[in-house]
Design a protein around this ligand. Structure first.
Ligand code: G6Q
Length: 550
């Protein structure tokens, strides 16, 4: 089966949709006190409650049938088995090998990749240990106090999200910074606080050709050379992570400072590889290992649990349910843990770059909606901003809420208030507020019937808005690893259901070449006529208005 819409299960799900669409979750909960027990699962410390969804057993059965019709179990084995499931780039998809514990080999093109994965990880850990132990010295024999990761997209978002999420595991006299924007404001505002003698740069670029990263690397190099003087000392301040070793050597990075990644690791799935070097330096090798272990545990769960008890499979199928049957266009990620503040941005790339596709695995236009718009924000901040639309807007926006049972210091005043918000929001989104309830409240507030009549429509909340809640004990490295891997597998499952390749990114590649042509014209500085009228107009306006020096 290659077209999900033509599968028998799709047709029966249509009927299930028509049956369930008029039902309200409020009534489903009232009629069925066992709903939470049946529609929640646990993995390690993580509780996954999906009972506040517009589902019942027949719907879930239909969704599992769809997964089987699309041969999810076969695709899952093809991925873990190293087949070239990224068919447009002829590559295996094996980020799972980067966090694999145990002795079994992982074969790619007839070779076990595990020895190389482990030796590269050992090199990364050694460098991190040397920096953290103040054994790695800069050109003037001072220890490193600041590490700057220069990278973008997959070479930035994962490590940055992880370092922020695991901030309680970092050490105070070693700061890790991230620069991704080619806009000079980003690197200059970072460097003005640093000293070249105590700074180490990581050029993180799988291809080692990405313009944004290379322009930032040039600026970093100049900044270093201006102070430490000699090229030969650069090795003490610049390392690289790339699959293009020769380009890094040609750029002047010492060979022993180059950490390898492989073409079977996609950029947005690479935080487990040497691309995570900044994370390892920030939190230390042992905590990084815990993060890998958490992810590996999620891998085993995904590979072995029956579909009916498989968290990423259920996450994915619920997404398909709203995306393809309810017509939902977006999905919100709402962490209530401040340290997860980059998690929505990270997932935005992971999901939208993977499943933002309109052509299926057979090269044909898809016949159904694929990946949703992913957006999100720290839940508390969102409550004072865009939750209005979630509660009373015209769009259905399913959401994931994430919260920790306990925090590091766990100041009761803060944590209890925080938790009361998470719990109240998912309840309110599900229950809503009926006209009758609103009427009672307004009466109790002393309003006249006339005032109530004019205000009542605005005070009604439709409810029936679906949420998943992830509640974990605390945001430690293992839990973070598990959470991220669950989302990675959710994305994979949805790609299988929609019969698309989640692992290429031709849209991103386009951006990388487009700018080059215009940069040539900008450098030449002559008026252009070869584009459409708008682009010609904008280029020429810019050329005519820029100061002489820029
Ligand atoms: C990720 C994408 C993209 C990529 C960046 C950086 O899956 O391919 O986000 O990570 O464009 O690429 P480099 O690491 O090659 O610089």
């Amino acid at each position: 089966m290659t077209k999900p819409t033509r599968s028998p299960s799709w047709k029966s799900l249509q009927k299930e949709y028509e049956r369930i669409q008029p039902l309200h979750m409020r009534d489903m909960f009232a009629a069925d006190p066992g709903r939470f027990d049946r529609f929640s699962l646990k993995l390690n410390d993580i509780l996954f409650d999906y009972s506040k969804n517009r589902i019942d057993e027949p719907v879930m059965r239909g969704l599992f049938d769809l997964a089987r019709d699309m041969d999810l179990e076969g695709w899952r084995e093809r991925m873990f088995g190293g087949e070239h499931i990224n068919h447009t780039e002829h590559r295996a998809v094996l980020h799972t090998a980067l966090r694999k514990f145990g002795d079994e080999p992982v074969m790619v093109n007839g070779m076990d990749v595990m020895p190389e994965v482990r030796s590269e990880l050992a090199r990364v850990k050694k460098l991190a240990d040397d920096i953290r132990g103040r054994r790695w010295r800069g050109a003037t024999n001072q220890p490193i106090t600041d590490v700057v990761n220069l990278g973008i997209g997959g070479s930035h978002l994962g490590p940055q999200m992880a370092v922020e999420a695991l901030r309680p595991y970092t050490i105070h006299d070693l700061k890790v910074h991230f620069v991704n924007n080619i806009d000079e404001n980003h690197i200059t505002s970072t460097l003005e606080r640093l000293s070249p003698e105590t700074t180490l740069f990581i050029i993180a670029s799988k291809s080692f050709t990405t313009q944004d990263t290379m322009v930032n690397a040039d600026t970093a190099r100049e900044w270093l050379l201006a102070r430490i003087g000699s090229e030969s000392q650069l090795a003490k301040h610049m390392v690289a992570v790339t699959s293009n070793t020769e380009a890094a050597v040609a750029y002047g990075v010492a060979r022993e400072n180059i950490f390898k990644m492989w073409d079977w690791v996609g950029g947005r799935y690479s935080m487990w590889s040497a691309i995570g070097l900044a994370t390892v330096i920030a939190i230390g090798p042992e905590h990084f290992e815990d993060m890998l272990r958490g992810a590996w545990e999620a891998d085993q769960h995904f590979r072995e649990a029956p579909l009916e008890q498989n968290i990423p499979v259920i996450m994915a199928l619920l997404g398909v349910w709203y995306n393809n049957f309810f017509g939902a266009e977006a999905h919100a990620i709402l962490p209530y843990d401040q340290n997860l503040h980059r998690f929505p941005a990270y997932l935005q790339q992971a999901d939208m770059e993977s499943n933002g596709k309109g052509v299926d695995r057979d090269g044909k236009p898809v016949e159904c909606q694929t990946g949703p718009v992913i957006f999100g924000e720290i839940g508390i901040a969102g409550q004072h901003a865009f939750y209005q639309l979630l509660h009373q807007g015209t769009k259905l926006v399913p959401a994931d809420m994430l919260a920790a049972v306990t925090n590091y210091q766990c100041i009761a005043r803060h944590h209890r208030a925080l938790m009361s918000n998470v719990l109240a929001q998912s309840e309110a989104l599900m229950m809503g507020k009926t006209a009758e309830q609103a009427h009672q409240e307004l009466t109790a507030a002393g309003m006249s019937e006339d005032e109530i009549a004019s205000l009542l429509p605005y005070k009604v909340f439709p409810g029936n808005r679906p949420t998943n809640t992830f509640m974990f004990f605390t945001l430690d490295p293992r839990t973070l690893g598990t959470l991220v891997a669950l989302y990675e597998h959710k994305i994979f499952v949805q790609g299988v259901i929609w019969n698309i390749n989640s692992f290429d990114q031709w849209g991103v590649e386009l951006g990388k070449v487009l700018a080059k042509n215009i940069l040539g014209e900008i450098n030449e500085g002559k008026p252009v006529a070869g584009h459409d009228a708008s682009t010609n107009g904008l280029v020429n306006y810019y050329l005519g208005s820029r100061p002489r020096s820029s």
